[in-house]
Design a protein around this ligand. Structure first.
Ligand SMILES: Nc1ncnc2c1ncn2[C@@H]1O[C@H](COP(=O)(O)OP(=O)(O)O)[C@@H](O)[C@H]1O
Ligand SMILES: [Mg+2]
Length: 462
């Protein structure tokens, strides 16, 4: 129950806001209408009273004889109006009904300034007994009265109608607003429920598409988030499984050989210790690689760009490693290229690419490292004539721990993390890497430097 209340919170708020606004508006309109209609209605009453007294006055002005005066009184004796004719001294000449205190009160009031059109002399229909008009004629005054009870009844009848209309409007508004706020809030409530489920780890939730507006976009974003998160979760568990698997192999070696070395005290021990040392070294490499990747994942990985001469770096750092396998590395690079990049990371990229080319090539083949500008973009290309990568493996080589030939790669000390690291570094620079390979023919790795990050010193000086 409390949950339901909580869920409907937003619709309640929306509803309340609408309701307050609507009721204010409706109240104002109804009040305004009521006031005006009442005013008009009462004015009509006054007018008809005055018209009537004026018409009697007109008769009396024309025929000022007792007969005519009498006829005037007779005329009103059947109606709900009362007529009283007074002489100039305000003495009653005739009245259609006997005078009471209310009438006397009104008659005794001074008439004040009065024109031929006559005037309303008593307007207080709400609290006096009569409303009254007076029309002057040359020998006196014609007073007309109307009992205010009738006027009050009329108005109260009208009020009654207004009350009914007001209550109806109130009810309809209430119902409409409840429906409307539900409709408005439903997508939000659904999304809230869905995100709660997602937060609890249930990624199977469905959020229907409502519209293309902001709410629809929000639903779409939540869906995307859920998908991404699911993907990340799967990736993480896969990654953890790979790590434990990768750690197990060298550790098994280390444990096994250490055990043997422990048991016999012969000269073979050195071989075993060598194996143990190598495996330990591989492990420590792998852990370093993993550490690098973890840093990149946490986004705390920062590229420290600086300007450095590319050719010098390539020449000094890389050449010696390739001599012992009798593989010829040819570097084609303009000697005065300046590169703006993170030198340490960049070196890591180049070493990884060359290391692969070297590992997966036969002796007496060539490796080319080329830096050139083509189609308006700089490119760094590492090309070998080694064993190549099968077409079906090519899309996956940048994934963590992916190796085409696990045992072979392992024997070279490979962990399958090298290209993953390369890709992270390249993308951190906003660059792009692409692999091209044919089995048995060779592999080409191409990095595209965008945005003119390389400045040619010679050209810059000119
Ligand atoms: N130049 C290359 N020639 C052939 N195969 C390659 C080359 N570069 C990468 N590969 C394949 O891609 C896999 C992933 O490379 P990498 O991430 O560097 O891992 P590794 O630790 O095995 O070198 C390698 O195991 C290998 O199968
Ligand atoms: Mg490698």
């Amino acid at each position: 129950m409390t949950k339901l209340k909580h869920l409907n919170h937003i619709s309640f708020k929306i509803g309340l806001i609408f309701f307050v606004i609507m009721i204010d508006l409706e109240g104002f309109v109804i009040y305004f209408l009521h006031q005006n209609i009442v005013k008009e209605r009462v004015k009509d009453e006054f007018n008809s009273l005055l018209v009537r007294s004026n018409s009697h006055r007109d008769v009396l002005e024309q025929y000022n004889d007792p007969d005519s005066i009498h006829r005037v009184a007779v005329m009103e004796s059947k109606s709900d109006l009362i007529v009283i004719v007074l002489n100039g001294n305000k003495k009653s000449i005739i009245a259609s009904r006997p005078l009471d205190r209310g009438m006397r009160n009104i008659i005794s009031k001074p008439v004040g300034k009065i024109t031929h059109k006559g005037k309303i002399i008593e307007k207080h229909w709400e609290d006096e007994k009569y409303i009254a008009s007076v029309s002057p004629f040359k020998n006196g005054y014609v007073y007309m009265f109307k009992d205010t009870k009738q006027v009050q009844q009329l108005i109260s009848q009208m009020n009654h109608h207004f009350w009914i209309a007001g209550l109806l409007a109130f009810g309809i508004t209430l119902i409409l607003i409840i429906l409307l706020s539900r409709i408005l809030a439903r997508p939000l409530i659904n999304m809230k429920v869905a995100t709660k489920k997602i937060a609890k780890g249930d990624l199977s939730v469905e959020i229907p598409v409502y519209s293309k507006d902001e709410l629809g976009q929000l639903a779409e974003s939540i869906r995307t988030l859920a998908r991404e998160w699911n993907h990340l979760r799967e990736e993480r568990s896969e990654f953890l499984a790979s790590i434990s698997h990768e750690l197990r192999t060298p550790l098994t070696y280390i444990k096994g050989y250490a055990d043997i070395a422990r048991k016999n005290n012969c000269a073979d021990n050195e071989t075993y210790l060598n194996i143990i040392y190598e495996e330990a070294a591989k492990l420590s490499d792998m852990i370093q690689n993993l550490f690098d990747l973890a840093k990149m994942d946490r986004n705390s990985f920062q590229i420290q760009k600086q300007n450095f001469p590319l050719f010098q770096m390539l020449k000094h750092k890389l050449s010696p490693a390739f001599q012992n396998k009798r593989i010829i590395l040819t570097v084609k690079c303009h000697p005065s290229i300046q590169l703006i990049a993170d030198p340490v990371r960049f070196e890591q990229v180049v070493i990884n690419l060359l290391d692969n080319a070297y590992k997966y090539s036969e002796p007496h083949t060539n490796i080319f490292l080329t830096v050139k500008k083509a189609d308006g973009a700089w490119k760094l290309i590492v090309q070998d004539h080694g064993k190549g990568i099968p077409e079906e493996d090519l899309p996956y080589i940048f994934e963590r721990f992916y190796r085409v030939d696990k045992s072979r790669s392992r024997s070279f000390g490979g962990t399958g993390l090298g290209l993953a690291i390369v890709k992270e570094i390249v993308e951190a620079h906003n660059w792009h890497i692409h692999a091209d390979s044919r089995e048995g023919i060779g592999t080409t790795m191409e990095i595209r430097f965008q945005g003119g990050d390389i400045i040619e010193e010679a050209a810059a000086r000119r």
